[in-house]
Design a protein around this ligand. Structure first.
Ligand SMILES: [Zn+2]
Length: 198
């Protein structure tokens, strides 16, 4: 089917988003054409600003517009516990629960030998550096309950164990194969409460 170039470019851009197939991309592109120009400008600005102004916290790796991030700069939080997650979205899921008052460490991925992703490719070296600080007493491994998440938890556990830091893994009850970010707050809260020693 033939589209004038500006709209075919817009369709291509939408196709790059997750969960957007060609039909939806066409529908969204035509929707944008019918939007008010100001709304389109605001939308475009929001996209660019989100990308330009957000960076990764140099301490924990969470997305932030200030460095260190709000969580790392909050002096009321408990320095003795670090919760290790795969993705910034997991931090947001944990924060929504309002039960965890420790620190976070975002790995930005999980170990996956099948995809050639090793410990050096995710934010593990920075975690090890953080643990040299003797304030940390417990590391909660809250990686996703799937093969990669388990492998990552086991790897970190073996690496950190000799240091004597208590290592726990959030409980199952989270759907196996699922993502932490999709767990509802009650399930997540129970998983945290029922964490077990590794
Ligand atoms: Zn941070």
């Amino acid at each position: 089917m033939y589209y004038p170039e500006p709209i075919s470019k817009l369709i291509d851009s939408f196709t790059k988003l997750p969960g957007i197939g060609p039909k939806t991309a066409v529908r969204l592109a035509f929707f944008v054409l019918n939007m008010k120009e100001n709304d389109v400008l605001d939308f475009a600005k929001a996209l660019v600003n989100a990308k330009r102004e957000l960076t990764h916290c140099s301490v924990c790796g969470h997305i932030t517009d200030q460095d260190p991030c709000q969580i790392c700069s909050d002096h009321t939080r408990d320095d003795s516990v670090i919760c290790v997650v795969q993705d910034p979205k997991d931090v947001i899921a944990m924060e929504k629960m309002r039960e965890f008052n420790g620190r976070y460490h975002v790995l930005h991925g999980a170990i996956s030998p099948m995809d050639g992703i090793g410990p050096e490719d995710i934010n593990v070296p920075d975690l090890i550096k953080r643990l040299k600080d003797d304030k940390v007493e417990e590391l909660i491994l809250a990686t996703n309950p799937n093969v990669e998440g388990e492998a990552t938890a086991m790897y970190i556990s073996r690496l950190v164990k000799p240091s004597g830091i208590r290592i726990t893994r959030i409980a199952h009850g989270l759907p196996m194969g699922g993502d932490l970010e999709y767990a509802d707050e009650v399930t997540l809260s129970k998983a945290l409460e029922g964490r077990r020693e590794l």
